[in-house]
Design a protein around this ligand. Structure first.
Ligand code: B12
Length: 388
């Protein structure tokens, strides 16, 4: 079959599968990207979630030796939910980012790509193909950019004209030669809204992200969250999206046609306090179908504690003391100490002092000491205020 005809048939199949965008690219190595990734690594800007082998990252033939083309797809996801539950004092709620709404997108995109793969095998019997979504070796964004799906924005996201950057990306590498599409030219112009709005300055220059300072990354780490970031999460339990929210191309965009991505309000905006006591099984049952559960329950619980402390939810004190005294994970005990230090009160101080006498972990001890110090400074300030 003529390559143009195969391409047309695949585009028709993509429409039938409700794929929002499809683009075609050559499978030549991504040489410019490779230089970029070397610099990225040298600067210490990687997150550690990327494929570490830069050859594999930038040469599709390391994944599929006879690769000739790459077929890129994009699926739009919603940005608004119906009847979002309200976060109230005493019943505070956290939030999962939009890229974690509904069913895990990895599964949804992989299914669509498998559908395309089946069509390709029908059109070209014996064709070799390999499907990737997020966890594959290639840079999904570099592929999407080359295939004309969208341009690489200053916030580093791929921005499409139709759906903004609210799209998931995936691709299929194949040994079938297909006519490539034209990349779209960068259309951010002189807008710097994303760079200006990033609360941590993680976007160090247009299109360059220091992952180590990116709140989306920091919500996913398993250790202690450095103190300077604790006040910047604003209730985020997983992911962060300020650099997308402020993008003019995203304004007013809300595509709800993929039912799989419809958020379940109580799941994506859960009450914080009950999160603190979930067993592993309960966590899997409640959140396991979401993309945001991939790092397990610890980071989510740590972030929930940070939110309760940041908003000084006094009704959470018994839960936090319970964690400080009984949880086996130092990160959870230490973060609970920090949260209690912000909330304060007699009961809190007694609990902190008792834990100080019992605690063995050095980092937790440090958190307890600075929580007690915070109480001490606040009391002194109150005293001065009363005397004045
Ligand atoms: C590691 C990772 C992260 C890390 C690092 C993100 C980053 N910007 O590097 C963290 C945890 C922070 C993260 C966060 C998010 N992620 Co993420 N992440 C990835 C992953 C696994 C690898 C990305 C990577 O290698 N980055 C390294 C950088 C250097 O390369 P790159 O972005 O891939 O490639 C671009 C640059 O190199 C640039 N470039 C190349 N040469 C040059 C030269 C110049 C001069 C310039 C300016 C740029 C430039 O162009 C390339 C194409 O855009 C991909 C999946 C995948 N396999 O690719 C998903 C992926 C990028 N993530 C995705 C999403 C949805 C998110 C979040 C929105 C989730 C959330 N709400 O929290 C945030 C967005 C934060 C942000 N501003 O990027 C989507 C992006 C969809 C889109 N529309 O772009 C992806 C593609 C997953 C998917 N399959 O849908 N992510």
């Amino acid at each position: 079959m003529d390559p143009e005809q195969i391409k047309e048939e695949l585009k028709r199949e993509a429409e039938r599968l409700h794929i929002d965008k499809i683009g075609f690219a050559s499978a030549e190595p991504f040489t410019e990207l490779k230089q970029r990734l070397i610099r990225h690594r040298k600067a210490g800007f990687e997150s550690g979630f990327e494929e570490p082998d830069l050859e594999k990252r930038t040469d599709p033939r390391k994944s599929l030796p006879e690769a000739r083309s790459i077929i890129a797809i994009a699926l739009a996801y919603p940005t608004r939910m119906k009847n979002p539950p309200k976060s109230r004092a005493g019943a505070l709620r956290g939030k999962f980012c939009r890229a974690s709404w509904g069913e895990d997108y990895h599964r949804v995109l992989k299914n669509k790509l498998e559908g395309l793969k089946a069509k390709l095998s029908e059109l070209v019997p014996g064709a070799a193909a390999m499907v990737m979504v997020d966890t594959g070796a290639l840079s999904d964004r570099a592929v999407a950019e080359r295939a004309g799906i969208g341009w690489s924005g200053k916030n580093t996201s791929i921005i499409t004209k139709e759906f903004g950057s609210w799209v998931y990306l995936g691709e299929m590498i194949t040994d079938v030669q297909l006519p490539p599409d034209e990349p779209i030219t960068q259309a951010c112009g002189d807008c710097t809204a994303c760079l200006d709005a990033c609360p941590t300055g993680a976007l160090t220059e247009p299109g360059r992200l220091n992952s180590q300072a990116c709140l989306a990354y920091l919500t996913q780490t398993k250790g202690f969250l450095p103190e300077e970031y604790r006040g910047k999460l604003g209730g985020s339990l997983y992911g962060f999206e300020t650099c997308q929210m402020v993008c003019p191309y995203n304004r007013g965009k809300n595509f709800t046609h993929h039912r799989e991505f419809t958020p379940e309000p109580d799941q994506v905006k859960p009450l914080l306090k009950p999160l603190l006591h979930l067993s592993n099984r309960e966590f899997r049952e409640r959140f396991g179908s979401m993309a945001g559960s991939w790092r397990g329950k610890k980071p989510i619980q740590r972030n929930a504690i940070i939110a309760l402390g940041w908003y000084r939810d006094r009704t959470a004190v018994p839960d936090l003391i319970h964690l400080l005294e009984t949880d086996i994970r130092p990160v959870i005990r230490g973060t609970a100490a920090w949260a209690l230090g912000r909330i304060g009160g007699e009961e809190v101080e007694t609990a902190l002092r008792q834990s100080k006498a019992r605690e063995q972990d050095e980092q937790v001890l440090k958190e307890i000491a600075s929580a007690l110090q915070a109480r001490h400074s606040e009391k002194k300030a109150e005293h001065r205020y009363r005397e004045a």
